[in-house]
Design a binder for this molecule. Structure first.
Ligand code: GBH
Length: 479
């Protein structure tokens, strides 16, 4: 396999920021406490325990709803600059709509935010990270275009409740995951499969929802609150499986589907979906006998309204895949992966765990591709991390962070990219969606057998603490 490089001895730029991330359903618990409404994840995990490893759910999770002060202590110990967490929409708006505001939920987030600020930690809020109010699923969920306005109202509520103290906002976490697993394949919450249709309708609404929230911030809050807003997109790097032209084309197409689907409408100066998606999905839809493309169309006004709705580019990324050209999938069941028709896999010689192979050069290539494709944006890495079985002594996680942070340094100093912040996933072991508690991403361990959900520091947290303190990966740094 590729040999790993020595950690860089360069110092991060003086204003570079380090943080860690979590998400509401994955850590909070308190699923029915104090007037919280039911989310699609509550519903999914309770209705289909067979679809989550060990039948687990987030009813208690890390119990952060009751133990957030311990979380803040851990954050303060590591000395992070920012803490990226998400709001549970149904904890604040139990009906999903603004007709009813749950004061206890508001108080929870206000308390968390003030504890962070007392410790000099910047709150970095994601409005939506997977836990849609079930009431809104009952009217069809994200494929229903009405959700764009309903989300925008939630966004306005959050900006007005918390915006005096919160300067970093992202609207939606990983729309692609919500749409493909939730509404395309349907193997994750809300479990509403409509392959080849639902995922595209879902993304269409999410993009309009994001743009509305961004414009609301611009028009009603920016002047007084002076914060920044973005949308969190995830992608792996796709490396051509060989240097053949076909494989190079396959890798570029994979990037345009996996990243461009949502990135192009927002981040590309031209806006709209990537042309390769528009063309391929129209062509396949026609062969399938549809009267129009399964990829919905934006009007020219909508293209204008959506493009440029970001103050920085926000990226979640974990690993690299190889992309190999393959003949187009036969016309049959419509679906995102058939529309893409690229064969992807990972090199068996790559080290790593589960789906996360340690391929730091892939991060550097991805950052460069983004820089070139989207006109040199400021890039904030909002998630990056490594999973294992949860042991306290975790050299593999330390190695992953050293390798990936080295790639970040190289992208800054050797490639001249504008990467300004890095956020590790995750503060602590938590509920990893359909993998339940079997996969552990934490810098802190959580004992899920213990009613106190005891948190214990791992070696990787000590490592990250040093990185943050020195702004450097090794003991002797070069300015
Ligand atoms: C992010 O999702 C999420 O934002 C976060 O909530 C989550 O906990 C974190 O990453 C860690 O997963 O078929 O085995 O190849 C990342 C979404 C999930 C996409 C795993 C790729 C590969 C599964 N990723 N998936 S596999």
């Amino acid at each position: 396999g590729e040999s790993l490089s020595e950690p860089s001895n360069k110092k991060f730029p003086e204003n570079f920021k380090f943080g860690v991330a979590t998400a509401a359903y994955q850590i909070e618990g308190g699923w029915a406490d104090d007037g919280k409404g039911v989310s699609v994840w509550d519903q999914f995990a309770h209705t289909y325990p067979d679809r989550v490893a060990n039948g687990d759910n987030g009813d208690v999770a890390c119990d952060s709803y009751h133990r957030y002060l311990e979380d803040v202590e851990m954050l303060a110990n590591m000395g992070v600059n920012h803490y990226r967490f998400s709001l549970s929409w149904p904890r604040i708006l139990p009906t999903g709509y603004t007709n009813q505001i749950n004061e206890a939920g508001v108080t929870y987030y206000k308390n968390l935010i003030s504890a962070l600020k007392e410790n000099g930690i910047e709150p970095f809020i994601t409005l939506y990270h997977g836990d849609l109010p079930q009431t809104l699923q009952d009217i069809g969920g994200w494929p229903n275009p009405l959700l764009a306005d309903i989300f925008a109202e939630f966004a306005r509520t959050a900006f007005s409740l918390f915006g005096d103290d919160v300067k970093n906002w992202t609207t939606i976490n990983e729309p692609k995951q919500t749409c493909i697993t939730g509404y395309g394949l349907g193997n994750s919450a809300p479990g509403a499969p409509a392959s080849g249709i639902g995922e595209y309708d879902c993304m269409h609404t999410l993009l309009r929802a994001h743009a509305k929230a961004y414009h609301i911030y611009d028009e009603e809050f920016r002047a007084t609150q002076n914060g920044r807003v973005s949308i969190v997109l995830d992608t792996a790097w796709f490396e051509p499986a060989s240097d053949s032209e076909d494989d190079i084309e396959a890798a570029e197409r994979a990037l345009q589907f996996e990243h461009g689907w949502c990135a192009h409408p927002v981040y590309h100066p031209d806006g709209n979906y990537p042309q390769v998606m528009i063309d391929r999905i129209a062509e396949r839809s026609q062969k399938e006998g549809f009267s129009k493309s399964r990829l919905p169309e934006f009007s020219a006004e909508e293209v204008d309204y959506i493009r440029g709705t970001f103050d920085f580019l926000s990226l979640n990324t974990y690993t690299t895949n190889l992309a190999k050209w393959t003949t187009d999938h036969e016309i049959g069941t419509p679906g995102y992966y058939a529309d893409l028709s690229v064969s992807t896999y990972q090199d068996p010689s790559w080290n790593g765990s589960a789906w996360i192979k340690v391929v730091p050069w892939g991060l550097r290539k991805l950052l460069n591709w983004i820089d070139q494709t989207y006109d040199h944006p400021e890039i904030v890495i909002t998630e990056n991390g490594y999973a294992d079985d949860g042991r306290l002594d975790d050299p593999d996680r330390i190695n992953y962070y050293a390798e990936y942070l080295t790639a970040v340094l190289e992208s800054i100093y050797e490639d001249g990219l504008n990467v300004t912040a890095y956020t590790a996933w995750s503060l602590m072991d938590n509920f990893e969606w359909t993998s339940g508690y079997t996969i552990k991403f934490g810098l802190y361990q959580v004992d899920f057998e213990n009613p106190n959900r005891t948190r214990t520091i791992k070696s990787s947290a000590d490592y990250y603490k040093n990185v943050i303190a020195n702004k450097c990966l090794v003991d002797t740094c070069e300015e």
